[in-house]
Write a protein that binds this ligand. Structure first.
Ligand SMILES: Cc1ncc(COP(=O)(O)O)c(C=O)c1O
Length: 392
């Protein structure tokens, strides 16, 4: 039995697998068992920000493996401490809770918001989230996710979640009341096709917070850690969150998530209120620390901005001569290309041509390349992308 047949025989069929079997992955490339090389333009869905098998991350993992792997959260962890300090130094936060995934970071944030609400009043438990948002697949995360296609089969979901249209100030004003304990926001909605929240909407949230004392919870699972060109996407805006959820690239390829909280909220959750057996695993945190060191260097950040400009410029040039591109949007290295037609067809053509593209929400190609992508690799991507668009 080959690996693809074994997979369909033994593994629950919840994922749409690609028809290739990977032998190895390095930098911006994935190699299949036949030795064919693919330029990876979605980097493990925004996980492999510093490229596949980054040597600094591997060395940090190996060094930690020699010390210990799992101990349990009864023990303090040096790698956890160091990574928490870095996240605090670069953000609004004053404390960090580690998880294994994005949905768990959201779940922790939701629990914190509920408990915060209770400290004010028993009926302050309602939450606002946005249509077309994506916050994960646990029942809490799914209840926040504003996409019926993911929710309907699992109803009834958590009570008290109100979904409103993004960037709709009237809907926002109507939905918020003294019962609202939190609003969850992706500054750039990723899974639904790269939609950027606008400043007027975000400013209004900041203004309403004065009156209604709800928490602003930034879901930066996808946008966080330089993906949008700044360490955190909220740093492009006037928003200073109270809570921020991270995951994806945080562990440099190993499972790791985090909830960052502001000083005012440090003591909402007490010992025993929340926990995780694996959350903040020392090896994942060692990988995270090495990743963070790369992402936070000034040279890396400057290069990232010019590479993002190059990618946007190249795509906009292609758009001039390609009527099938309806829109190009996003920030930094989080880019959506909306296609008039079948984006899956383009994805399949790309695969044949040695290019890995991710399609989300049917007609949007979502680019999330490794942030270490070179200018040469960007040129290669643009060349192949134009070719597959032009194919008859
Ligand atoms: C914005 C956002 N939040 C939450 C999640 C859930 O993260 P995970 O799949 O690690 O549970 C995702 C995953 O794509 C995401 O993009």
């Amino acid at each position: 039995m080959n690996s693809l047949t074994k997979d369909s025989t033994y593994v629950l069929n919840t994922y749409k697998r690609l028809p290739i079997v990977v032998k190895k992955a390095k930098g911006s490339y994935i190699f299949d068992q036949q030795g064919k090389k693919y330029l990876d333009m979605y980097a493990g869905i925004a996980v492999n920000s510093v490229g596949h098998s980054n040597i600094k991350v591997r060395r940090a993992i190996e060094a930690q493996l020699k010390k210990h792997m799992h101990l349990s959260n009864y023990f303090v962890s040096e790698t956890q401490n160091e990574l928490a300090k870095k996240l605090i130094d670069y953000s609004f936060a004053s404390k960090v809770f580690f998880t294994n995934s994005g949905t768990e970071a959201i779940e922790a944030s939701l629990k914190l918001a509920r408990k915060y609400g209770k400290t004010i009043s028993d009926d302050k438990f309602e939450v606002i989230a946005l249509h077309e948002s994506f916050h994960g697949r646990t029942m809490g995360g799914l209840s926040l996710t504003g996409q019926p296609k993911y929710q309907e089969a699992f109803a009834p979901l958590l009570p008290g979640v109100n979904h409103i249209e993004k960037n709709d100030i009237e809907a926002l004003k109507n939905a918020i009341s003294s019962k609202t304990c939190a609003i969850f926001l992706e500054m750039v909605q990723g899974e639904s096709g790269i939609h950027v929240l606008n400043d007027a909407f975000l400013n209004e949230i900041v203004r309403l917070k004065e009156t209604y004392q709800f928490l602003i919870i930034a879901d930066e699972v996808q946008t966080g850690l330089m993906r949008t060109g700044k360490m955190f996407a909220y740093q492009h805006t006037t928003i200073v969150p109270d809570v921020l959820a991270l995951a994806k690239s945080l562990g440099g390829g190993l499972p790791l998530g985090a909830m960052l909280v502001s000083e005012a909220l440090e003591n909402v959750l007490k010992p025993g209120d929340h926990g995780s057996t694996f959350g903040g695993n020392p090896v994942s945190c060692a990988a995270g620390l090495a990743t963070f060191e790369i992402l936070s260097s000034a040279g890396f950040q400057n290069a990232l901005l010019s590479k993002s400009n190059m990618l946007f410029k190249g795509l906009n040039e292609i758009k001039q001569s390609s009527p099938s591109i309806k829109d190009i949007r996003g920030k930094g290295m989080m880019i959506g290309i909306e296609i008039d037609g079948d984006a899956e067809l383009l994805k399949n053509r790309a695969l044949k041509a040695g290019l890995l593209l991710n399609v989300t929400n049917k007609n949007v190609i979502r680019l999330l390349p490794p942030l270490t992508i070179s200018t040469h690799e960007i040129e290669l991507f643009l060349r192949i992308f134009k070719q597959i668009l032009d194919m008859k």
